[in-house]
Design a protein around this ligand. Structure first.
Ligand SMILES: [Mg+2]
Length: 262
């Protein structure tokens, strides 16, 4: 049975994944804006998390507000902002990645270098301008002992035309070349989710996501409850498989507040 007030009623805060939960590609999902606003009115804390490292938290918050979703930059955590927090200042970072991760490193006061020999850390994020030369320099730096930090390890990005190679594909190339495994900020690893928890009130938290492999697995590993929504990458037929199971399965994010059976 769903608790009175909906699934979200028993939680101090909810951690909302973005793509496939609040929006899909460039459009807000039906009811998502009203649901986020109502959670706030009911005193349930809200944080937004995304493994996507291409945008800054400010840009993500602006995008959410443009869709009618109430969001302030401190509520938004990206795998890039959390990866930057994992690196102690000062350090010289060789970067594969786009604007979001570069801005996060700059904001933390980390130096970005182009030369493999001077790099203390190799930071790897999704990069739609990935080249062999970037892989070459990252491989040289890792072989020389630089720390290996990644924003996220998603194997694919679900584009409107189908799967594109994600940051996990880039990491696989670097791991094949070096034998090194990265420290990963994003889901299903803990850093992104624990950083979100630090922004929320004390008490039980609910992860809300559309992916079994990242959202449900990440929440389960931390002992959190998790609501899987069916507006993203997971179809109902996949729920019968092995692996982590969500606490709740909801047709969409409005199910957080709906009365009645979950
Ligand atoms: Mg998602």
């Amino acid at each position: 049975m769903t608790p009175r007030g909906g699934v979200a009623a028993g939680y101090a805060g909810v951690v909302l994944d973005l793509d496939g939960v609040v929006y899909r590609h460039d459009r807000a999902l039906d009811g998502a804006a009203d649901t986020v606003a109502e959670l706030g009115r009911r005193g349930v804390g809200v944080a937004f998390v995304t493994n996507n490292a291409t945008r800054t938290p400010c840009e993500v918050a602006d995008r959410l507000r443009a869709m009618g979703v109430p969001a302030d930059p401190p509520q938004v955590l990206t795998s890039a902002s959390v990866a930057a927090e994992m690196i102690h200042v000062p350090a010289r970072c060789l970067v594969i990645g786009e604007r979001g991760v570069r801005a996060a490193l700059d904001e933390r006061g980390l130096d970005v270098v182009e030369d493999a020999a001077s790099a203390d850390v190799v930071v790897v994020a999704w990069d739609r301008r990935l080249t062999w030369d970037k892989l070459r320099r990252a491989t040289l730096a890792l072989a020389a002992g630089a720390r290996f930090v990644a924003t996220n390890s998603d194997p694919v990005y679900p584009s409107p035309e189908g799967p594109w190679p994600g940051n996990g594909a880039t990491l696989a190339a670097l791991t094949a070349a070096t034998g090194r495994q990265p420290e990963v900020a994003g889901k299903p690893r803990a850093p992104l989710l624990t950083a979100a928890a630090e922004r929320l009130p004390d008490g039980p938290l609910l992860m809300v996501g559309d992916s079994l492999a990242t959202d449900v697995a990440g929440a389960t590993a931390l002992g959190w409850d998790c609501a899987l929504v069916l507006t993203g990458v997971t179809s109902p037929s996949e729920l019968d498989g092995a692996g982590p199971r969500p606490t709740y399965v909801l047709d969409d994010v409005t199910g957080l507040l709906a009365e009645g059976p979950a």
